[in-house]
Design a binder for this molecule. Structure first.
Ligand code: NAD
Length: 404
């Protein structure tokens, strides 16, 4: 196992630079604390934050690392990654150039984490992020549990030790497969839509809510996320550390690696442009399955709100985070978008519905709106434009990134 080896800036330089950057804020926070007119201790949010992002060279981790400082001035980002994701090494230099301190480390190795500098908050973005994790050739069930669940537990131990807050990037895949697989859907506008008048706990016309069943089977990936959620909440409760669980729908954007099981929209657009083979699988083989879509830059704003929240806040610790119904598109609709931009491409068809295929997955993120005044700002078309522009500038992206 490779131990932590710093790439980029020297540790003492960073520490000195950070002290200089944080000093004015720290002084103003101390002034506020000793000011007799201030009768609150919620001023901690004025203090500088050192944030650890795991999986920092991945799609979501790297986007958060670059976006969070735009919303949380004075913060220092430390990122760790074991670079197991094909293509992730290409993000190291850009992150270092933006002031992110990169350390090669593995969340499965407690010693790697114990040698990190003390952090105020940990964002866990190092999971194997695919519903096929553990059942495909790329990774065994043991590996997915080690990575996604044991790795999270190691991070929570660090949070306990550091008294740090914790953000888990969970997934729509924690929701039960059988009821989702049998949702009554109708074809409208080249896409599945939910049949009206249908009643199921946690399901409304806005989408799947947090109360929807999480009963197994949810996939090995979903189960590691669900178990991580439970352990994280227990750590929060037992050791009085802030814990937030964001159940994300599909995250998409320009720099996403091009694997179908990780990011279907990025994979589809890039493959279409490269005239690589594409296939509609299951549900009649016409690409009517629907997914929502969110850019992780929008997720970053929510994570910052959570980091800044007073510790005595009474918001729900688990929320759905998604682009919601307006962002949702079927593969057939995405294909039409691709055709308009790049011309026609033949898509094969296979009527066989595979075990983890679902017809309609749209998360309802009303709770995020209600409790955090959060809603996405980037439209699906803007996200597709970003992916398309990146694909045009990096025609070899699929080759470098679609192998694990
Ligand atoms: N991509 C999505 O649509 C989506 C949706 C919901 C939730 N999530 C969650 O967001 C997180 C990030 O997903 P992503 O799409 O950026 O995935 P990604 O594969 O692009 O990034 C994951 C990063 O983690 C690193 N990594 C893997 N194992 C590691 C380990 N043991 N130690 C250290 N680093 C390790 C990889 O090298 C990679 O750079 C995951 O937790 C995932 O479950 C993603």
């Amino acid at each position: 196992m490779v131990g932590p080896a710093q790439i980029g800036t020297d540790r003492s330089e960073v520490t000195n630079a950070s002290v200089v950057r944080w000093l004015p804020q720290a002084l103003s926070a101390i002034r506020f604390l000793v000011d007799p007119r201030s009768c609150t201790f919620l001023t901690l949010q004025l203090m500088p934050k050192r944030i650890l992002i795991t999986g920092v060279c991945g799609f979501v981790g790297s986007t958060l690392a670059q976006t969070i400082p735009e919303h949380l001035s004075g913060c220092e980002i430390i990122g760790i990654d074991n670079l197991s994701r094909s293509g992730s090494a290409s993000n190291v230099s850009e992150l270092s150039a933006r002031g992110v301190r990169f350390i090669h480390a593995d969340v499965r190795v407690p010693g790697d984490l114990q040698s990190l500098p003390t952090c105020d908050w940990v964002i866990d973005a190092a999971a194997h992020p695919s519903v096929l994790a553990g059942v495909s050739a790329q990774c065994s069930p043991r590996q997915v549990v080690d990575n996604n669940l044991i790795g999270t537990t190691h991070l929570l131990e660090q949070c306990r030790h550091w008294r740090a807050g914790f953000t888990l990037l969970s997934s729509s895949r924690v929701y039960s497969i059988p009821p989702l697989a049998s949702l009554p859907v109708l074809e409208t506008n080249n896409a599945f839509g939910l049949e009206s008048g249908f009643e199921l706990t946690g399901l409304t016309e806005r989408g799947i809510g947090e109360e929807f069943s999480t009963t197994a089977p949810v996939s090995l990936y979903g189960a590691t996320k669900l178990a991580s959620e439970a352990i994280a909440l227990e750590y929060g409760y037992a050791f009085d550390i802030p814990v937030f669980v964001n159940r994300c729908g599909i995250l998409a954007g320009g720099t996403q690696f091009g694997r179908a099981d990780q990011g279907i929209f990025s994979f589809w657009l890039r493959s279409w442009r490269a005239r690589a083979p594409l296939r509609f699988n299951g549900f009649g083989g016409r690409g009517l399955q629907v997914r929502d879509c969110l850019h992780p830059k929008d997720l970053a704003r929510l994570v910052v709100n959570q980091i800044n929240a007073p510790t005595n806040n009474d918001r729900p610790p688990i929320i759905n985070v998604s682009g919601g119904l307006t962002s949702a598109r079927s593969l057939a609709q995405v294909s039409q978008w691709c055709s308009n931009r790049w011309g026609d491409h033949q898509v094969e068809s296979d009527d066989n519905t595979r075990p983890f295929d679902l017809p309609w997955v749209v998360l309802d993120s009303t709770a995020a709106k209600r409790h955090w005044d959060w809603s996405p700002t980037m439209t699906t078309e803007e996200i597709f434009d970003e992916i398309a522009a990146h694909a045009e500038q990096h025609p070899d992206w699929l080759d470098q990134s679609n192998l694990y």
